[in-house]
Design a protein around this ligand. Structure first.
Ligand code: FMN
Length: 353
């Protein structure tokens, strides 16, 4: 029987268990230079040593003008490689497979340049008042994702996860609700995923056949049938691994069968897992080892990601393996304090830095 501690393979890389640390921005820890800080280093090293089979380093921006927050990590210049190399080295040393999520916020960027105080024109369609990206700008975005991925490879990462969920740039392109383009980047599924496929091919050409090409997608793009179609299309176009979360449209949620004891995002991931042949990471409110084990054991997921509970307990995976008590997330009513600064998390312990 497959369980949480059954080894797996991704493109010839051994993964020691089925537990994933999903990407989670550590707000307040990076400066505007997007460099890895000592805090980041301790944070990821602790969770790699704490039993994550795969560590996906937080949303790391491919270009300055695509940042979702001014304290986001970056891979837009070579000076950012050494800090990233420290993170990858620490993961590898602890026996965790290191991936990094590469990201562009699209029209959700907070970046405002002095030359253009309204911010860059990163909009794919007419949804808002901005102008759509032109073809030259789209080519520039492919280039930015590719050089960021190459920097990640040079830093020692086994692969990258494109951030294609949560309503950021790639999700804006994929969504028929957001993408109102009338050219070859809008309309049909193939057109709405053209940028994803171009970026994937370009990364493959730059980083080689062995480099893991993963993508986080929304299961509801715009509904579960749409999410499954996106997943299948990306699988057919060279992606190696899928990490299934939500689109930018939380109002459209798949119905969950009564017998399935998880929320709609997990149901979406599990349904996509059953529809594709490549490995799938399922996430959202899984929380406990018993629930995580159930998903893997019943073949609803290849991998399970444990987010906030891995923030509160840096040794989540090791403690589960050893049967030790966990420090659980309190699911604070006012919202997760990690969104402003993890330093304010009531469950944060010195060991979980
Ligand atoms: C503080 C914080 C930061 C996050 N940052 C990211 C991110 O960088 N990229 C991403 O795709 N999701 C991000 N997420 C979402 C998580 O990866 C995960 O999907 C979510 O927390 C649900 O899983 P959980 O219920 O196990 O915490 C973030 C979540 C939190 C709480």
């Amino acid at each position: 029987m497959i369980g949480l501690f059954t080894e797996a393979q991704i493109k010839g890389n051994l993964v020691k268990n089925r537990i994933v640390l999903p990407p989670m921005v550590c707000f307040g820890w990076a400066g505007e230079d997007g460099l890895v800080s000592e805090k980041h280093r301790r944070h990821y090293a602790a969770r790699a040593a704490g039993g994550a089979g795969i560590v996906v380093v937080e949303a790391t921006c491919v270009s300055q003008d695509g940042r979702l927050s001014m304290d986001q990590l970056g891979l837009w210049n070579d000076a950012q490689i050494p800090g990233m190399k420290d993170l990858a080295d620490d993961c590898l040393e602890a026996g965790a497979l290191p991936l990094v999520q590469i990201h562009h916020a699209g029209w959700k960027t907070v970046f405002k340049s002095t030359a253009d105080p309204k911010g860059p024109s990163v909009r794919p369609g007419k949804k808002d008042t901005g102008s759509a990206l032109n073809l030259g700008e789209i080519a520039g975005i492919t280039e930015a994702f590719t050089t960021a991925a190459l920097r990640a490879k040079n830093a020692g990462f086994a692969g990258v996860e494109l951030h294609g969920a949560h309503g950021y740039l790639l999700s804006q392109f994929a969504s028929p609700l957001d993408n109102h383009r009338t050219d070859t980047y809008g309309g049909t599924l193939e057109n709405r995923l053209r940028l994803h496929v171009e970026i994937g091919r370009s990364i493959r050409a730059a980083c080689g056949a062995d480099f893991i090409l993963s993508i986080r997608i929304g299961c509801n793009e715009p509904d579960l049938d749409g999410g499954i179609a996106v997943a299948k299309y990306l699988e057919a176009n060279g992606f190696d691994l899928l990490h299934v979360s939500a689109s930018g449209h939380e109002e459209s949620q798949p119905d969950v069968p009564e017998a399935f004891p998880f929320n709609w995002i997990v149901w979406g991931g599990a349904s996509i897992h059953r529809a594709v042949g490549i490995p799938v990471i399922v996430v959202n409110d899984i929380r406990t080892p018993e629930r995580a084990q159930w998903l893997v054991e019943n073949e609803w997921a290849d991998f399970v990601a444990i987010g906030k509970d891995f923030l509160t307990d840096a040794r989540w995976g090791e403690k589960v393996r050893l049967g030790e008590p966990l420090i659980s997330c309190l699911h604070c009513k006012k919202g997760c304090s990690w969104f402003s600064s993890g330093d304010r998390c009531p469950r944060r312990t010195p060991a979980s830095e």
